[in-house]
Design a protein around this ligand. Structure first.
Ligand code: PSU
Ligand code: MN
Length: 302
């Protein structure tokens, strides 16, 4: 099996310097072109600005890539219908059949851990879907958080999910959920979900200290740092809720399920809001990349 770690990433890892992994499903299936390319570049730039090394993870022609050059980002962002959305279970197929794939949070965690990366930034994790009682749709992101030791910096779970059930599942799986400057589980485009979380930190150093003790325990699962979108960029939760509900009904009507459910809903919401979600979505990904880099820098000094 081929795993290709970019020399810059490898060098930083060797001296136990700060590296932040980034996922690529949001490039291949989350945003339309050219916003996807812009956000991929901006996330990397945000990480560098804080003094850490970015490592965007994807599968290119069957090779697990840890760190991409700009041409790699560009190739993934161009609309093509042969690019897979790879979660954990798709990895063997993607490798054996030399496919190109964007990796979800779950698959990115697997590959990042193989490379020895400790910290990862994304927008929102996958979780328990609304209507789970009928569909049984629970993202493999939760499964991977339960068994892969990586700190994931996110803005909570996407609000198109069932947030209370997602939060309960994280507790069952023993995944620490820590608010960064908040006492609430953020709702992705919106700052508040009404769901309390009982752990909070306010600085990258405090976050790094928790990661350190997680490791000292020999914990083999992940942990989640939840960073709410800035007040200025956030969208009103009640308005988003209207669109999300309509999207969930539309998905059911069209028989959309399984791995196409999340991309369908994201696209639906972009269309329903006349594209108003794109800027906040980009802003939260950039902010999470920057915060992950700050935590990685603080962690490298511990
Ligand atoms: N959040 C976004 N855009 C995305 C995703 C999350 O704003 O594209 C992706 C992530 O890669 C996440 C995946 O891991 O959706 C979850 O998909 P599913 O629900 O099928 O497990
Ligand atoms: Mn699913």
């Amino acid at each position: 099996m081929d795993i290709k770690i970019l020399p810059e990433v490898e060098k930083t890892l060797q001296k136990q310097g700060p590296v932040v992994a980034l996922e690529s499903t949001l490039i291949t299936h989350g945003f339309p072109y050219p916003e996807n390319l812009a956000i991929a570049r901006e996330s990397e730039a945000a990480i560098r600005k804080e003094g850490a090394t970015p490592a965007t993870i994807a599968i290119i022609n069957g090779t697990l890539c840890v760190g991409l050059l700009d041409e790699g980002l560009e190739a993934l962002s161009k609309p093509r219908n042969d690019i897979l959305k790879a979660t954990t279970r798709d990895l063997p197929l993607a490798i054996a059949q030399k496919r190109t794939a964007g990796t979800t949070v779950a698959a990115t965690m697997v590959i990042a851990a193989m490379a020895g990366i400790k910290i990862f930034a994304t927008g929102g994790i996958g979780g328990v879907h609304r209507g789970v009682a009928e569909t049984w749709d629970i993202s493999a992101d939760l499964t991977e958080l339960a068994r892969t030791p990586l700190a994931v910096v996110c803005s909570g779970a996407k609000s198109l999910l069932d947030l209370p059930k997602t939060l309960e599942t994280l507790e069952t799986l023993g995944v620490p959920v820590i608010g960064y400057g908040t006492d609430e589980f953020p709702a992705f485009y919106s700052r508040t979900s009404g769901l309390k979380i009982d752990a909070r930190v306010n600085t990258p150093e405090e976050a790094a200290a928790i990661l350190k003790s997680h490791q000292a325990l020999g914990a083999q699962n992940g942990l989640l740092f939840c960073n709410p979108l800035s007040e200025a960029e956030a969208l009103p939760a009640d308005e988003m809720e209207k669109h999300i509900r309509a999207g969930v009904i539309e998905a059911a009507k069209q028989g959309i399920s399984g791995k196409t459910a999340t991309p369908f809903l994201l696209k639906y919401i972009v269309a329903a809001t006349g594209g108003r979600t794109i800027q906040p979505n980009k802003a939260l990904i950039r902010a999470n990349a920057a915060l992950a880099a700050k935590i990685a820098v603080a962690f490298s000094k511990t």
